[in-house]
Design a protein. Structure first.
Lengths: 114, 115
């Protein structure tokens, strides 16, 4: 029979507002996490990363928060722009300490409204 | 500098056929990884190669194989194609096998459709 793709969680924000994208990870031993942005028809693009010995890291207009107690990551985008519309994935590196492979979450579709 | 380049960008095959996908990493990058991305899902790790040796393998059947050449380019081969192999195949490169930054640079992918 026909297979149906999973429906991505979606987030719609007004241009200029802040966006918060959430992600839960599975392995409590994971020590390195990355956020990627994927625009339609393109490969994932690195946004920001964080190590497990940190709980917050800031980049240009983006901030990643890590809560190891509940195994939760969030990506905050300040002053969201139309060019931020994309699918956002969090990824955890495996095995711990080597980051040889990434395990990606299911992604969140961010739509920026004019 | 050129990014990660993949070929072909799109291809259509029928069930039972074989396919070879190619990847050229960023100049100076010695590690290449392959990921499969089914529509609506996140990429799933298939292989990592470093210095022509397999360094990691994901949960994929033996129909999937890969190799890395002396110039660090790589090929992914899939035999006996199934409908479920339809996906975007992504190649990613990094400078070392496992970097402190862990930053992976992805190509645009090869879109495979199996009919």
């Amino acid at each position: 029979g026909e297979s149906v793709g999973l429906h991505l969680p979606t987030l719609s924000v007004q241009e200029g507002d802040n966006s918060i994208i959430n992600c839960a990870y599975s392995n409590s031993a994971s020590d390195y996490f990355i956020w990627y942005k994927q625009e339609s028809g393109k490969g994932p693009q690195f946004i920001i990363d964080i190590r497990s010995n940190m709980d917050k890291r800031q980049g240009q207009r983006v901030t990643v928060l890590l809560n190891k107690t509940v195994k939760h990551l969030s990506l905050q985008i300040a002053a969201t722009q139309p060019g931020d519309s994309a699918v956002y994935f969090c990824a955890e590196a495996f095995p711990p300490g080597s980051a040889r492979q990434l395990t990606f979450g299911s992604g969140t579709q961010l739509t920026v409204l004019p | 500098d050129a990014g990660v380049t993949q070929s072909p960008t799109h291809l259509i095959k029928t069930r039972g056929q074989q396919v070879t996908l190619r990847c050229s990493p960023i100049s100076g990058h010695k590690s290449v990884s392959w990921y499969q991305q089914v529509l609506g899902q996140g990429p799933q790790f298939i292989f990592q190669y470093y210095e022509k040796e397999e360094r990691g393998r994901g949960n994929f059947p033996d129909r999937f194989s890969a190799r890395q050449f002396p110039n660090y380019s790589s090929e992914l081969n899939v035999n006996a194609l199934l409908l479920g192999d339809s996906a975007l195949y992504l190649c990613a490169s990094r400078r070392t096998e496992s970097a402190n930054t862990g930053e992976l640079f992805f190509g645009e992918g090869s879109r495979l459709t199996v009919l």
